[in-house]
Design a protein around this ligand. Structure first.
Ligand SMILES: NC(=O)c1ccc[n+]([C@@H]2O[C@H](COP(=O)([O-])OP(=O)(O)OC[C@H]3O[C@@H](n4cnc5c(N)ncnc54)[C@H](O)[C@@H]3O)[C@@H](O)[C@H]2O)c1
Ligand SMILES: O=C(O)C(=O)C[C@]1(C(=O)O)C=C[C@@H](O)C=C1
Length: 366
């Protein structure tokens, strides 16, 4: 049976979900955004079938509602649903980066027709708005679901079926585990990235050439500081208690590192770095885990027109399919480093052999 889905918020995440879901032949997608331009872009791109002009009417006819607005707005929409008289079950999900307050709002909803399943695709970008949306944004990403207790297995399955074309991998957690893990792995690192940029900004007035020296390391570790400040302000305040706890721990740890430096404890500093490297290197990149499962190779190429095309041509000749390709911002102006990802180890090994045989310097992270 044809399902009707309404998406509120057609920015980066809502737009990407819409583009992906529309691959189902039997799903009719209605879109709503407070910004008319986003609706027009979504219609033009074929991400939605029609605009939800009368939102209440659209929701009443829908089977599934996806909320992809800023977190505080998502909470307001959930509260508003309580007052709607619905005559059929409505599965409601969101995409919020923090779950505590969202789940609390959903638990206060007394409307028996509303079945809330929290959602959080662990993929995104530092860009925002529909123009940055991509159908493949969530490919191989973890998609966390936090269903309320009364939600049935069948309803979770129905949502997963709808989201199937995202090619994401679903994991179920409760709100506490979700918010602690995202604080550690996403929210706190974001704060640190912004603080590193702030530090560089202050030193910049003394050393105007600082920006020329900002090469691979600084750019890698601070990319996320270019994200949408409004979104991140919202995330920080939604998860403020845990962020403060992490800041306290971090300040304490930095104090210990400072003391090691002051007392010339070279071995202790070395051990600190070794321990961090071991954990970082052990993050699951090869088996399916918290980080998408790709088999990567790194290739040095000349920074000149045609170099990238030449590498890609070797793979298309041999029918090796590339899962992802990225130019790493290192050694700018000298050589480029390409990170090329493959789905299988066999493809990774074959690609490595072809390029090595053709004189390229290729690296594989073991
Ligand atoms: N950006 C990321 O990397 C990322 C990743 C995963 C989850 N999220 C979550 O996704 C949600 C949306 O973030 P985004 O990055 O897509 O932001 P975005 O700014 O690209 O999109 C938000 C959209 O919501 C619309 N909107 C705002 N208030 C509205 C309202 N009251 N009614 C209707 N539409 C409204 C905006 O016009 C905009 O189009 C957030 O809750 C965020 O926590 C973001
Ligand atoms: O790739 C990025 O730019 C992101 O910041 C994505 C990222 C993350 O921290 O990994 C950011 C917030 C979301 O809630 C989920 C994913």
């Amino acid at each position: 049976m044809r399902q009707r889905v309404t998406i509120i918020g057609l920015g980066l995440i809502g737009g990407s979900l819409a583009l992906s879901i529309r691959k189902h032949p039997d799903v009719h997608v209605l879109g709503y955004d407070k910004n008319n331009e986003s609706v027009e872009q979504a219609l033009k791109a074929g991400a939605i079938d029609e605009e939800a002009i009368d939102l209440e009417k659209a929701i009443k006819k829908s089977d599934i509602l996806l909320l992809a607005t800023p977190i505080s707005k998502t909470i307001e929409y959930i509260q508003w649903l309580d007052g709607l008289s619905l005559n059929k079950t409505l599965i409601v999900s969101d995409v919020s980066s923090v779950k505590g307050n969202v789940i609390e709002a959903a638990e206060s909803v007394r409307n028996p027709m509303v079945r809330f399943i929290g959602g959080h695709p662990m993929a995104g970008s530092h860009k925002h708005g529909f123009q940055a949306a991509k159908a493949h944004l969530f490919e191989n990403a973890i998609y966390v679901l936090t269903p309320l207790e009364h939600v049935s297995e069948g309803e979770i399955e129905q949502l997963q079926q709808l989201l199937f074309p995202t090619n994401a991998r679903f994991l179920l957690f409760d709100r506490k585990a979700h918010d602690e893990m995202t604080a550690v792995i996403s929210h706190f690192p974001h704060l640190i990235a912004s603080s590193l940029v702030q530090q560089a900004r202050k030193w910049h007035s003394k050393h105007p050439h600082l920006e020329d020296l900002a090469a691979g390391g600084f750019r890698d570790i601070t990319r996320i500081a270019s994200s949408n400040p409004a979104l991140w302000k919202d995330i920080f305040f939604q998860n403020d208690r845990l962020l403060q706890q992490m800041l306290d721990d971090w300040i304490r740890e930095m104090q210990q590192v400072k003391e090691m430096l002051q007392s010339n404890e070279q071995e202790a500093v070395y051990d600190y770095l070794v321990e961090a490297k071991a954990f970082r290197d052990g993050l699951p990149v090869k088996k399916r885990g918290a980080i998408p499962a790709f088999y990567d190779i790194y290739v040095d190429i000349e920074d000149q027109p045609g170099s990238l095309h030449q590498v890609v041509a070797y793979f298309s000749d041999q029918q090796i399919s590339i899962k992802n390709i990225e130019i790493l911002e290192m050694r700018e102006g000298i050589t480029g480093v390409l990170r090329i990802s493959f789905q299988t180890k066999a493809e990774q090994r074959k690609a490595c052999r072809i390029l090595s045989d053709n004189g390229y310097e290729v690296h594989i992270e073991e």
